[in-house]
Design a binder for this molecule. Sequence first.
Ligand code: FAD
Length: 372
Amino acid sequence: MYDLAIIGAGINGCSVAYELSRAGKKVLLFDSQGVASGGSGAAGAFISPKFSKSGELKELLHDAFLYSMEFYEKNFPQLLTKAPLLHIAKDEEESLMLKEYKKTTTLKLQTPSQELLNQLLPHAKEYENISLDAGVVDAQKMCEAMSKNVYFKREKVESLVYDNGMWIINETYSAKDVILATGAYEAVIEEPYINLRGIWGHRIDIKTSTKNDCSIHQYLSISPSQEGVLALGATHNVHYHPQRNSEPYDIEDGRKELLQKASKTMALEDIEILRDYTGLRSGSVDYMPLVGNIVMSKETLACKNIRFDVKKREYDEFTYYPNLYMINGSAGYGFVLGPYLAKILSEHILSAKKIDNSLSPARFFARWARRL
Ligand SMILES: Cc1cc2nc3c(=O)[nH]c(=O)nc-3n(C[C@H](O)[C@H](O)[C@H](O)COP(=O)(O)OP(=O)(O)OC[C@H]3O[C@@H](n4cnc5c(N)ncnc54)[C@H](O)[C@@H]3O)c2cc1C
């Protein structure tokens, strides 16, 4: 018998596994394909804030960025490469936004070196840029390191039954609490109001004689080079889904697109493609992640004394699955959000600390029920 079972060993599942095992809990982690086999294994894993005007997501990513940089540096310094990040606008509209961001942010910004600016192509230099100290983590090794001290099963979870105060998983394992960290791949629990969509991404590691010391983000992400190798990655393909498309993903086309996008920002010389990584990242319709308890829609709708047509409501009156939680919808920021959200979820499970409504999956139930 385990204290907790986590389904999905991407950065979200592994971050929670790390947090809970540190708290002395006996944790069982499942993944049908292996640690970091989904979106997390494909990620460039840049740790950056969100450059936008305002909003909940910007605020969340600001806090998560500061927290996660410190977290990785303290706990896994060998897997974090600290490097300046240069974010370049893609058009005039983004240029204006970056100017505004610079005026209001409390983050310490830098002036990019002349040497770095010389590396950029004239087109990239037309637009506004912003630079600050940031980092990149080794996606695969980070997930492995975080999940090192928990029990791991390479097994697909197909059945989850609550019986006598325990979750019974695949009719074999039992745990008091279960956390769903399944990304964009499987639902495990089908609830009509949870509407996560997967966006397909592709990353390539390339050998190049071009030396680059910083992370550059414009049409895609370009990593700093180490021993002549750097990564190019993007998640942009909303049409391809590995479980829904009958044709396999066209790796050659994907490579061409990545190289063509990179070539708009800087000239990379003597390129040899070494490896490809692909995966889905999952995002919600309001772009915020989903962290916390899961509402049982049928049971809640059957409750006659709840009015669903009011805009502001308390989520406490909904009926929730017992001891069942989710952490998902991190979009293109899984490695920024993972440690931060894992802390929030762990404190909720271990000390009943309330999770903000803006993160709670119940917000989607409330909207869905109001529309009904
Ligand atoms: C090309 C690319 C580049 C990216 N770059 C960045 C970046 O620079 N910075 C950043 O922060 N983020 C980046 N991201 C986004 C980031 O990868 C995602 O936000 C993150 O991977 C989400 O992690 P997750 O744990 O929620 O999901 P996943 O990593 O997809 O993990 C879910 C896991 O659950 C398993 N699973 C699902 N169902 C079951 C089941 N029934 N039983 C057992 N196992 C199951 C799957 O096998 C999978 O391994 C990028 C993504 C891609 C694809």
